[in-house]
Design a protein around this ligand. Structure first.
Ligand SMILES: Nc1ncnc2c1ncn2[C@@H]1O[C@H](COP(=O)(O)OP(=O)(O)OP(=O)(O)O)[C@@H](O)[C@H]1O
Ligand SMILES: [Mg+2]
Length: 246
């Protein structure tokens, strides 16, 4: 499918670099502190840890919803605290995010929700039609192109959110519990989509509570617990990904 055609130009800087990063909300204690981590292009990591461990909080730094309380977050080599508004827009266009609460636009059809990131960047409508249709078929939503999000099941909404996140072939894909509402067969198919995009050069992070998925797909995991992150190797041999944490 068009989505899986190879792109030639790739960023030279690592998509994600954290140095001594801490995050707290208001006057509360740190959710995590002194976190250092580099995630290169062409990598896939699970992000695991108990509920409340700080997974979504960490991801919010990567999709630029929050700034660190301390330390430095660099995306594609740019310190996000120091970049101009214009640069942040450029960085955002290289990001694809699947939010835990989907964040679909309820007044727009499934097709138009997924097409939006392509249309805002001026993609020709023929390419929009081709890419969105193929992707929606891949995630098993053929027949629902014209549906509005409020009539969809949780798992269907989740698949729209995933399609929207990856339709521009972003270099950094941040997926927060992207398979939490679907059955095992669909979860594997969705995971396969992330694997294909990682093989084509994307840096992919998948936060999940699904242990079965982590075992089935042999990729390393970043595990957060009580404010500390450990990098755990894949359960069985997998493509090398090269994360470093400290
Ligand atoms: N906007 C916020 N303001 C204040 N505290 C917050 C905010 N967002 C998260 N927290 C707190 O930060 C901690 C980590 O929450 P976070 O949502 O990052 O956990 P999580 O690992 O994603 O959990 P889950 O697996 O349930 O999604 C929790 O104690 C939560 O109450
Ligand atoms: Mg979360």
């Amino acid at each position: 499918m068009a989505l899986f055609r190879s792109k030639t130009k790739e960023s030279e800087s690592d998509p994600v670099q954290l140095e001594g990063v801490s995050l707290r909300y208001g006057n509360s204690p740190d959710i995590f502190s002194d976190l250092s981590l580099t995630l290169p292009a062409r990598s896939l990591h699970f992000l695991t840890g108990p509920s409340g461990a700080g997974k979504t909080s960490l991801l919010s730094l990567l999709y630029l919803a929050n700034l660190p309380s301390n330390g430095q977050v660099r995306l594609f080599g740019h310190d996000v605290a120091k970049t101009s508004r214009a640069k942040r827009t450029t960085i955002r266009r290289q990001l694809g995010a699947v939010f835990q609460d989907f964040r679909l636009l309820d007044h727009m059809s499934v097709f138009d929700n997924v097409a939006l990131p392509l249309r805002v960047t001026g993609t020709p409508e023929t390419a929009v039609q081709e890419n969105v249709s193929e992707l929606l078929r891949w995630v098993g939503l053929e027949g629902l192109f014209d549906a509005l999000p409020p009539v969809l099941s949780g798992g269907q909404k989740q698949r729209v959110a995933i399609a929207r996140a990856v339709v521009t072939r972003p270099k950094l894909i941040i997926a927060d519990e992207p398979t939490g509402n679907v059955d095992d067969a669909i979860a594997e198919r969705l995971m396969q989509l992330f694997v294909e995009l990682h093989k084509l050069g994307a840096c992919v992070i998948v936060a999940t509570h699904n242990e079965r998925l982590v075992e089935r797909f042999a990729f390393p995991r970043l595990h957060m617990e009580r404010g500390v992150m450990s990098v755990l190797p894949a359960k069985s041999p997998s493509p090398s990904t090269g994360a470093q944490a400290g």
